[in-house]
Design a protein around this ligand. Structure first.
Ligand SMILES: [Zn+2]
Ligand SMILES: [Zn+2]
Ligand SMILES: [Zn+2]
Length: 151
């Protein structure tokens, strides 16, 4: 406990002190939070009942938007498997949610999964029901299985 005096005689920087308490965790949250644009995905969602029962067969990632034919970086509705464009194009996925309440969508741009009802990204590797469809989409897009984290 009294090691501080001897162990770091040269220059005890502020970093050494952060390691000891909870201050370090708060720094991490700030670091990876809104400031850097990286938002933590949720590991729980109450809307998974809406998922399509057949997500083993999904349209390919280069499928154009069903409504406006926008060619790429669309979203796949995980409830009815329609492919619709993003809020940065013609907002057809957002309109689809507003019209049908289909709240779960997979991005063919970066394969993230968004829940409109949660208003949050979902962690496809931590949520069992999303894992297989995420893997299928990944294989369709990259031609190989995703590097799953060790659990
Ligand atoms: Zn949700
Ligand atoms: Zn569209
Ligand atoms: Zn849908």
């Amino acid at each position: 406990m009294a090691n501080q005096a001897t162990s770091s005689s040269s220059s005890p920087g502020p970093q050494e002190h952060r390691l000891e308490g909870q201050a370090g965790e708060e720094d991490l949250l700030t670091l990876y939070g809104a400031e850097s644009g990286w938002v933590e995905a949720r590991t729980h969602c109450d809307h998974l009942d809406a998922l399509s029962s057949d997500l083993a067969h999904i349209p390919t990632p280069d499928t154009p938007c069903y409504r406006c034919q926008h060619p790429s970086e669309n979203w796949l509705c995980l409830c009815c498997k329609e492919v619709l464009c993003s809020r940065f194009v013609n907002k057809h996925m957002l309109q689809h949610y507003q019209q049908t309440n289909h709240c779960l969508a997979l991005s063919y741009s970066d394969l993230s999964i968004w829940c409109f009802s949660c208003d949050a990204y979902l962690d496809a590797q931590m949520i069992q029901q999303l894992r297989s469809v995420h893997e299928i989409a990944y294989i369709l897009k990259f031609g190989e299985a995703p590097p799953f984290r060790a659990v």
